[in-house]
Design a protein around this ligand. Structure first.
Ligand code: F6R
Length: 609
């Protein structure tokens, strides 16, 4: 999704802005741009290519200066094009640019604002909602850009994080945000604004995460933040150590591969404080809340939604609490039955996903006040909105396709299931010991599964020339089949569908031919015999089976491609079975030569609806 980095410094900022933009590339974008104020001139270069192309243009155009705004755009209003790329300018009557602006989010009332501005003589060169905003600021400019931005943001409906510069006051950048993240970075004789702390890590000594409605004025050696009531505020400063993530690729070919292999450590870090099952693992307030709830409503999108689906099996089976799982973008717009005794559990890697955040706010507006986030970003909007939270410690995830975030979410969801059971006094001591032991052993178990990579690579060669694939699972492994299919379609662009295997004969069996690889997640559990019948249904139609089975499962058929998992992991088996499916998608994509870390049309944090 869109990314912002801007800086006011006592030295040239171009190289630093380009570096910041490259760090934002992982979020996905279709165009990019940079505006620099230097030698009393505001100039910009924009590109439909990669950030590296901007670097070339900067050199060709001798662009340098101490103030700059830069942006990566992911098209919402208007096609990807150079004209629609940010920064947007609004000019003086002489044609000289006066205001420059970069924007993340969506201005919902842009149409009516555009009509008014057109009547006042403004001509538009793009189809974006952002250009409306830059002209609106120019139109309302009263000699003080801070005051003007304060006034103009009051006229907006929608979401925004903006950085604005005015040539009449060439020593400051103004930022503001609502419903989209904006971070202030404090450096030595320089200050920054960015949409993602990663863009300024290595540059800022401290950061401040701005609140909704904040407006900030950054200058070389100082800054000022006013809240939405125009009151100066001192927001908490976070030291460098809190945001310096390890982002080097090392020996890996892609970030996705690195992140797949980081899973044992990510899960260990996430569960590091869980030595015993104390009732307040999810916060002291959780003890009362968990006692009072009569159900759980899980809300999430994409991979996080599949984590929620898996949790339904665990929570209902272990804690005996009714669970419903909703796709955030559906829940927020439908009439649902309100239950104030339900725990609203939002799952999000980024904590910024617009649909999930809006669905959470919607549940609160309906009077559902027990809420909890499972999130990988401690300072995100979703975490800030929730009463309870558990932060996964997956570390930064750069690959667009989520991997380690998913398995850490699952680990926490299992922990939640046993905590809820304990809280309701339905967890036997034996089970408590067994489950905790299994959680502690999980990182080692994940490491052994990663050793299967060479076997999975040999399968990937069979998949690489296919255009369709089916994924089957049953019970708590059905969401894992869904996740495997999602990974496959996201990064290899193979059309992959997942079904609960029992559904096969109710429709999808019609798709099975000898050209259809069928992946089966087949652990040794009470559904294995049923699953074997489903596998026979596939074989009878000529379908080719690729089965992940447990070490001691009785599956002995030479016509089946079989990979045996190192150990049977009982209730936690979905977490282990995720790994070979990630590896299968990854290696298939590598053979097909796709852009694995930045698959087409996708973005890392989906901060727009
Ligand atoms: C798939 C993927 C997405 C995200 C979804 C939600 O690999 O990454 O489906 O899971 O966009 O994102 P978060 O978890 O950040 O809310």
């Amino acid at each position: 999704m869109c990314g912002i980095i801007s800086a006011v410094s006592c030295k040239d900022v171009t190289a630093m802005l380009i570096d910041g933009l490259s760090r934002l590339e992982y979020r996905g974008y279709d165009s990019c741009g940079i505006a620099i104020y230097g030698k009393k001139n505001l100039r910009r270069v924009r590109s439909m290519k990669r950030v590296s192309d901007l670097s070339k243009q900067i050199i060709e155009n001798s662009l340098y200066g101490c103030i700059g705004l830069a942006h990566t755009r992911w098209a919402t209003h208007g096609m990807p094009s150079t004209h629609n790329a940010h920064p947007h300018f609004s000019n003086l009557d002489s044609g000289k640019p006066r205001i420059a602006l970069v924007h993340n989010g969506i201005i919902e009332n842009y149409d009516e604002l555009r009509v008014k501005l057109q009547k006042s003589g403004y001509a538009f060169e793009s189809q974006t909602d952002t250009e409306v905003l830059v002209h609106l600021i120019n139109y309302n400019y009263d000699g003080d850009i801070f005051r003007t931005v304060q006034k103009v943001t009051k006229l907006l409906t929608g979401t925004y994080a903006i950085a604005v510069f005015c040539t009449d006051e060439p020593y400051r950048i103004i930022g503001s945000c609502k419903g989209a993240p904006l971070v202030l970075g404090i450096g030595d004789n320089e200050n920054f604004l960015a949409s993602d702390v990663l863009a300024i890590s290595g540059k800022a000594n401290e950061v401040i995460y701005l609140d909704d409605g904040d407006i900030v004025d950054i200058q070389c050696n100082n800054f000022l933040i006013l809240d939405s009531y125009n009151v100066p505020v001192n927001r908490k400063k976070y030291p460098k150590s809190s945001f310096m993530g390890v982002v080097e690729l090392g020996a890996y070919r892609h970030y996705m591969q690195k992140e797949i292999f980081e899973q044992p450590r990510a899960v260990a870090d996430t569960l590091q404080e869980v030595n015993a099952l104390s009732e307040d693992i999810f916060g002291i307030e959780s003890i009362e809340i968990f006692r009072d709830i009569d159900s759980v409503l899980i809300i999430a999108c994409g991979t996080s939604y599949y984590a929620g689906m898996t949790a339904k099996y665990w929570i209902e089976s272990i804690a005996k609490i009714r669970v419903s799982v909703e796709i955030a973008s559906e829940y927020r717009y439908r009439d649902s039955v309100v239950n104030p005794k339900s725990l609203v559990l939002v799952i999000s890697q980024s904590g910024e996903t617009s649909d999930t955040l809006s669905a959470l706010k919607h549940s609160i507006s309906l009077g559902m006040n027990y809420n909890m986030a499972i999130c990988n970003s401690p300072t995100s909007a979703i975490v800030r909105e929730c009463k309870l939270c558990y932060i996964t410690r997956a570390g930064i995830e750069i690959g667009v396709a989520s991997t380690k975030a998913f398995t850490t979410q699952l680990s926490v969801l299992f922990l939640l299931s046993i905590t809820l059971a304990k809280n309701r006094s339905i967890l036997s001591k034996d089970n408590e010991i067994t489950f905790l032991k299994a959680l502690r052993h999980l990182p080692a178990a994940l490491s052994s599964v990663l050793d299967l990579e060479p076997l999975v690579i040999s399968w990937a060669n069979h998949f690489a020339n296919k255009e369709n694939a089916l994924f089957l699972g049953r019970g708590m492994h059905y969401p894992i089949a869904l996740e495997g299919a999602l990974k496959m379609k996201e990064i290899s662009y193979i059309h992959a569908e997942a079904y609960p295997a029992g559904e096969l004969k109710h429709g999808p069996l019609a798709l099975v031919t000898d050209n259809m690889p069928v992946v089966v997640v087949a652990p040794k559990d009470i559904l294995l015999e049923k699953l074997k019948s489903n596998m026979q249904e596939v074989q009878a139609r000529g379908g080719k089976l690729y089965v992940f089975a447990d070490a001691d499962s009785k599956i002995n058929d030479d016509s089946i491609h079989l990979i045996r998992m190192p150990e049977n992991y009982g209730m936690l088996s979905p977490i282990l079975h995720t790994i070979p499916l990630q590896l299968l998608a990854y290696h298939t994509a590598c053979i097909r030569g796709t852009d694995v870390d930045k698959p087409r049309n996708l973005a890392k944090s989906v901060t727009v609806e």
